[in-house]
Design a protein around this ligand. Sequence first.
Ligand code: COA
Length: 152
Amino acid sequence: MISLRRFEPRDDASLISWLRTPEELYLFTGPRLLWPLDTAQLDGLRADESFAPFTAELDGRAVGHIELVSTGEGQARVARVLVAPELQGRGLGEQLVRAVLAEARGRGIRSLTLFVLPDNARAIALYEKLGFEHRGSSEQLHGALLMELQDP
Ligand SMILES: CC(C)(COP(=O)(O)OP(=O)(O)OC[C@H]1O[C@@H](n2cnc3c(N)ncnc32)[C@H](O)[C@@H]1OP(=O)(O)O)[C@@H](O)C(=O)NCCC(=O)NCCS
């Protein structure tokens, strides 16, 4: 089973290696981080107090990344969801998102939102399976779809 721990500088090399092209980086984070990804940008994420970034571990090995970004009292956004490319499509993404839902519950979060690009069928199917509902799209974010889950 996947477990989450705080994302630390020792995780940067794996995360950077999982994002192999500018397109993969954009799918992961939208315009928030720029190609080529580097430690300075990841330090910036860690320095922002509204961000709670996590590394997912399986049997002591880093296998993914996910974040909870505080958006207000009792509200957060799920952001930067990633499973190591060689391990995608085996159910780890579902475990990863379920783990962050449990983390959000523990923090008293009642409303979770996320943005996902409309052509990311795999991620959309996963979020729908876990109960996220469609709430339109954002023109500012290049047509990204907004999804929401109440009471995770
Ligand atoms: C999106 C991502 C996290 C999903 O993780 P994963 O481990 O590949 O997904 P899982 O194996 O847990 O699959 C979960 C569900 O996704 C859906 N799914 C999986 N592969 C799919 C595919 N090729 N096409 C459509 N849906 C698919 C299914 O609904 C699946 O549920 P099922 O097992 O009941 O069929 C992962 O693919 C990833 O890191 N992608 C690149 C980064 C990214 O796009 N992040 C999301 C940003 S919003």
